[in-house]
Ligand binder design. Structure first.
Ligand code: SF4
Length: 264
């Protein structure tokens, strides 16, 4: 028997929402996915009209969906934002050079200006140089700090007020776990904030704070978005990987573990 969509009760249900376990059609999935992010933006006053906003773009699924959603919602709801793409080239051969090609295609597809800042240009070294020196050890801890700073410096060059990143609910849950395991109480609170300000006072926000990673993947898949799916070659030993595996195990037992909230 054909199962009808649990929202419109008209179309055939073709997917089960990971966030709510509701079986729905593709059209209703697009609608709820986009509307929930719109509400996150509005309820948290993320932007004001006229803001110049850089979308941190890596070419991966999260930032590609973020670019697509920010452009769609900005036009649909007339936010009045001046959007651009901002990418960091860490200098990782066989990974970032390929993913930046995806960002360049996204720039054409979404008709947004693009600025790329590189570690080579900012610091006079690349991650390839660093890994050659120190080997495959704690690379993300080091790279992450410089990546954050590079985004800030790129934002200053672009003259933007605000950076949006594609951090989703799963990323935040992983960070919470990592901070608990490290006993880092100060970061534990900060890591769940939807808006933060770096040293440069440029606001950073996470419109996907309440969005499940699986739904981002589904959205990218059904919309046939152009994204790069290879993992960074220096990430396999990252501490985050252990938190991710643990979280996936918890999620298999209780799907609401990621946000810790029961949905109807
Ligand atoms: Fe840098 Fe780690 Fe990200 Fe690779 S995965 S770009 S090493 S922070």
């Amino acid at each position: 028997m054909v199962k009808l969509c649990g929202i419109c009760e008209n179309e055939r249900a073709i997917l089960k929402r990971p966030k709510t376990a509701q079986q729905i059609c593709k059209t209703c999935f697009y609608h709820v996915f986009e509307t929930e992010i719109h509400h996150t933006i509005i309820d948290n006053n993320l932007f004001k009209r006229g803001d110049r906003v850089a979308i941190a773009a890596s070419g991966g699924k999260d930032s590609t969906v973020l670019a697509h959603i920010m452009k769609t919602l900005n036009e649909r709801h007339n936010y009045g934002l001046d959007l651009s793409l901002l990418s960091v080239d860490e200098g990782i051969t066989g990974y970032r050079d390929d993913s930046l090609e995806t960002v360049k295609r996204n720039q054409q597809q979404y008709e947004l200006p693009l600025k790329i800042v590189s570690y080579q240009e900012l610091y006079n070294w690349s991650m390839d140089d660093i890994v050659k020196e120190v080997g495959l050890k704690n690379n993300c801890t080091f790279c992450g700090v410089f990546r954050r700073q590079a985004l800030d410096r790129g934002a200053v060059m672009l003259g933007v007020d605000h950076i949006v990143t594609g951090h989703n609910a799963d990323d935040i849950a992983e960070t919470v776990l990592m901070n608990i395991l490290r006993g880092d109480v100060a970061r534990l609170q900060r890591c769940t904030e939807i808006v933060t300000a770096g040293e440069s006072m440029i606001r950073r926000s996470k419109p996907f704070k309440y969005t499940y990673e699986k739904e981002i993947v589904m959205y990218a898949y059904f919309k046939k978005l152009d994204y790069f799916s290879t993992e960074c070659i220096y990430s396999p030993n990252a501490y985050r990987g252990h938190a991710r595996i643990f979280l996936k195990d918890l999620e298999a037992v209780r799907p609401s573990a990621i946000i810790g909230k029961q949905f109807p």
